[in-house]
Design a protein around this ligand. Structure first.
Ligand SMILES: NC(=O)c1ccc[n+]([C@@H]2O[C@H](COP(=O)([O-])OP(=O)(O)OC[C@H]3O[C@@H](n4cnc5c(N)ncnc54)[C@H](O)[C@@H]3O)[C@@H](O)[C@H]2O)c1
Length: 265
């Protein structure tokens, strides 16, 4: 990333899984990184790394933490809205409080962190917001009602934000992540086993076809009691989405305040 050593990034949910990989990669590239997480820090704070214990679904906590990052590092350039939780229910057995919590952590947090960050990104002359969505927003498996809805909302919100902040030089993108081996991935696997959701190709469809990034047609059916199926294979590494995050966080496409050049985000 160009000028990486001047840049400052916030990674909500950066204490584990994909967020930890993103935060680590940013740190290796020279960015200062602030992790917001409800978990304890994954590594010790340093002059280029700070952990804030924050529930990103709570506005007051988010506002205090974003201000603290801007004060500590002097600027803000990148936000990767990665914090998320999974829930495995269908609509008819999803408890209301579970629905609300999934929406709060997966969608409202994107709104809250972005709202707090945007004035600082503007002050830096532009920046990049990457919102982590999921394949389940577009091609899902049984029993992910709240989760799939939340990740669909992340895509819609990202599209809206991209339009609203293009003139500020703030690029906004959603990354649609496939299956990745993290604690969340393990949790999903266990829930599918519990619920009898079977990972297998549909009749007449090969496993190779299912591993294609764009699935040509809906690949699952739902037949009780043998609930059926997940399309892709689990990726072997959280590193899978790192290059995408890096590219999307690059300042290369920013609006230049001098030239007024603003490319579409
Ligand atoms: N793992 C996958 O297969 C997969 C697939 C598609 C999308 N995603 C998305 O990627 C993102 C990261 O997932 P992961 O697999 O690394 O999950 P993970 O469970 O390993 O890590 C999620 C992190 O978010 C933190 N977090 C949860 N609630 C929080 C809150 N209220 N405030 C602050 N931090 C909070 C957790 O403590 C944890 O550190 C999520 O948005 C997830 O929906 C994951």
């Amino acid at each position: 990333m160009r000028d990486a050593k001047r840049r400052v990034a916030i990674v909500p949910g950066g204490a584990a899984g994909i967020g930890a990989a993103v935060a680590g990669a940013f740190g290796n590239a020279g960015l200062a990184v602030a992790v917001f997480d409800v978990r304890p820090p994954a590594e010790q704070d340093s002059d280029r790394r700070a952990h804030y214990t924050v529930d990103v679904s709570v506005a007051e906590e988010v506002e205090v933490a974003v201000s603290a990052v801007a004060e500590r590092f002097g600027r803000l350039d990148v936000v990767v809205n990665n914090a998320g939780i999974l829930d495995c229910h269908a609509v008819d057995d999803t408890p209301e409080e579970v629905w609300d919590r999934v929406m709060a952590v997966n969608v409202k947090s994107v709104f809250l962190v972005s709202r707090a960050a945007i004035p600082h990104l503007r002050a830096a002359g532009g920046g990049s917001i990457v919102n982590i969505s999921s394949v389940h927003a577009v091609a899902t498996v049984p029993r992910l009602a709240a989760y799939a809805a939340s990740k669909g909302a992340v895509i819609s919100l990202s599209r809206q934000m991209a339009m609203d902040y293009a003139d500020d030089g703030i690029r906004v993108n959603a990354v649609v992540v496939g299956s990745v081996d993290t604690q969340m991935g393990v949790q999903h696997g266990a829930a599918m086993a519990r619920d009898g959701v079977v990972v297998a190709p549909s009749k007449g469809q090969s496993a190779a076809l299912l591993s294609q990034p764009s699935w040509p047609k809906p690949s699952c059916s739902w037949r009780r009691p043998r609930r059926h199926l997940s399309p892709g294979r689990r990726s072997s590494s959280t590193a899978a989405c790192l290059p995408v995050c890096f590219e999307l966080c690059s300042p290369a496409h920013r609006k230049s305040p001098e030239s007024g050049d603003s490319r579409s985000p």
